[in-house]
Design a binder for this molecule. Structure first.
Ligand code: AMP
Length: 403
């Protein structure tokens, strides 16, 4: 079965065509600057053939027409007929409380997704545009929605509620939802597959450390807590997001700087985090260079703060789950930075967690156990693959409907 995975953002569409028979990525690419000047499509086929097409791509539907066109093209394409696309899997950011798993998309499901727009006003509308466009362009092809929030719907109420008046939860659905769920689900399951252990009996902590970062406690196969909250702003320090912050400080800053909610939102989402502290960059490679090669103190501080926050969360999740069997690192920083992993895992031997320095050092982007064989807690690097997880869910849902 060939599945097209779409991730529609506000001005971009990422896509992958995956042949599920052998998990081969037949083609991958991105349409960028939709609705802006200079829009283009960048495409790569499995044999390495690349294409870049420029054009006036004013809306998502046109972007998807470009994608289907390049997939079909003689020179760059991977299929001869659109009928070869058996199903489409869409990444959807927010499923609110309505969706606790991936779903076959029907009109009723779309209506429920539309109700979730308030919760993710920047993300859900472009996700929906991709769905509407596909209904128009491939009306007979089944579509599946895979939500970033769905995996975390198993959190117990004492974990997802905020201690504010209960009426605000009832009125506006204010609570922790969590994000990156597809990634946390993929890497935790994959870790168990690699280790050959039963997913439903393990206590797992997954650290997704990329430009966005979150950490999840997974007990017996269910997310029981996660660091991102009502929005992706809460929790770990990120490239440009502050993560956890005293609301009192937010009020004070807004007062003193005389700024409104919009500017405050920009301040804490776009100018904070690693960028805000280091003043160097939001990119951890540049920050590591500044800290270790140029002895930049603020860059070093940013790294130390980032790692300390991750360590604190690991500790709290171990307490929440009553132990830990597996710790997984993923995301650009988690997969690639041995330094971050080493610093986070320092002084955890008391937990029965010992890292194998020889395995960790220089290890980038590969599936690997980096703890010592005698370590009670298995520490792993598992590169995330959200698209494969979306394709897998799509395959499962579509196949079960055919039965
Ligand atoms: P992501 O959002 O998952 O693509 O991750 C982006 C982050 O991963 C950026 O901060 C990158 O600097 C970081 N990253 C990617 N490759 C490396 C690397 N080799 N060493 C350290 N950080 C890396």
């Amino acid at each position: 079965m060939k599945i097209l995975v779409l991730n529609c953002g506000s001005s971009s569409i990422k896509y992958k065509l995956i042949n599920m028979a052998n998990k081969e990525v037949m083609a991958t690419g991105v349409v960028e600057k939709i609705g802006l000047k200079g829009s283009f499509l960048k495409h790569k086929r499995s044999d390495g053939t690349k294409a870049q097409l420029e054009g006036e791509i004013l809306e998502h539907q046109v972007g998807i027409e470009y994608i289907l066109g390049v997939l079909l093209s003689e020179k760059y394409g991977s299929i001869k007929d659109l009928e070869e696309i058996d199903a489409v899997g869409h990444r959807v950011v927010h499923g609110g409380e309505a969706f606790n798993s991936s779903v076959f998309i029907t009109d009723e499901v779309i209506a429920k997704m539309e109700e979730c727009i308030d919760l993710a006003p920047l993300h859900n509308p472009p996700n929906l545009k991709g769905i509407y466009a596909m209904q128009e362009l491939l009306p007979n092809v089944p579509q599946v929605g895979v939500f970033d929030t769905a995996f975390h719907q198993t959190m117990p109420d004492y974990s997802y509620m905020y201690a504010i008046p209960y009426s605000l939860y009832e009125k506006y659905s204010i609570r922790r939802y969590g994000f990156h769920g597809t990634s946390h689900r993929y890497v935790s399951k994959r870790a168990c597959d690699i280790l050959g252990v039963d997913y439903t009996t393990q206590k797992i902590i997954t650290c997704h450390m990329g430009n966005g970062a979150s950490i999840t406690a997974i007990k017996n196969g269910k997310s029981m807590d996660t660091s991102m909250g009502f929005t992706p702003l809460e929790g770990l320090i990120m490239g440009t997001r502050s993560g956890d912050l005293d609301i009192g400080a937010v009020n004070y800053i807004m007062d003193r700087e005389n700024i409104g909610t919009r500017s405050a939102n920009t301040l804490f989402n776009k100018h904070s985090g690693l960028l805000g502290i280091s003043g160097v960059s939001s990119d951890s490679r540049e920050i590591e260079d500044a800290a270790y090669k140029n002895n930049n103190k603020r860059a070093l501080l940013a790294i130390e703060m980032f790692n300390y926050r991750v360590k604190k969360y690991i500790g709290s999740y171990i307490a929440a789950m009553g132990g830990i069997d597996i710790l997984v690192f993923t995301g650009g920083i988690g997969e690639n930075s041995d330094q971050h992993r080493e610093d986070i895992l320092k002084d955890m031997e008391y937990l029965g967690l010992t890292i194998d320095k020889a395995k960790n050092d220089g290890m980038r982007g590969k599936e690997m156990v980096i703890s010592k064989p005698e370590s009670k807690v298995k520490v792993m690097v598992v590169p995330t693959d959200e698209e494969l997880m979306i394709a897998q869910d799509t395959l499962n849902i579509v196949s079960s409907m055919k039965k």
